[in-house]
Design a protein around this ligand. Sequence first.
Ligand SMILES: Cc1cc2nc3c(=O)[nH]c(=O)nc-3n(C[C@H](O)[C@H](O)[C@H](O)COP(=O)(O)O)c2cc1C
Length: 208
Amino acid sequence: EQNTGSEENSASQAPAVSASLSSAPAEEPASDAIPESAHDAASSESVKPGGTLVAYFSWSGNTRRMAELIAQETGGNLFEIATAVPYTDDYNELLDIAQQEQSEEARPELNGQVENWDSYDTVFVGYPNWWSDAPMAVYTFLESYDFTGKTLIPFNTSASGGFGRSLAGMEESAVGATMLEGLALTESELEDEQAHITSWLEELALNR
Ligand SMILES: Cc1cc2nc3c(=O)[nH]c(=O)nc-3n(C[C@H](O)[C@H](O)[C@H](O)COP(=O)(O)O)c2cc1C
């Protein structure tokens, strides 16, 4: 139940991020916004030994949508990685803030914790590409838990850059984890994301 509050953060109200960094953000809300009822159902954690956690950070909804599909297909529990101080809704401001945090190697404080961490063997961690890396909050998350013996599977959405240089950072921060092949979907691939996700999970033999 810990992450109920974090569902309220700015991401759900944020404008869709446009395809390229140089173009202006779209004004309308993310077209793939999930109805509130679906959110509530998906965000409740329950104890499942040998369980799967699908943790994600998302500002404009793309990675959240991907996380929800992964959770559906694996039977995993969703957890939103959200910062204690929510990010601005303003795309241009966010670009600057994200770049600044990256250059400072910031570890922004998070809002909420995973309950029953020990009950999860498999942890998916998803995030958007921000300036060719993960948002710094993802590193806060990875460094907040003991990944010894866990299987870590990254996933990502981006305009075009994929994981960028984030995988090296993930490996460094998630000490003790065994990392499996991740899935990065670019904006054009997101149109067909269910198919991409299904075949990836089949290769990993992780769909239920
Ligand atoms: C601060 C910021 C920086 C970004 N930097 C990149 C980038 O370097 N390369 C890229 O391909 N996309 C970049 N994007 C686009 C996002 O990765 C893309 O829109 C992603 O799907 C957003 O995920 P979300 O909806 O879960 O927040 C950036 C977006 C933001 C907000």
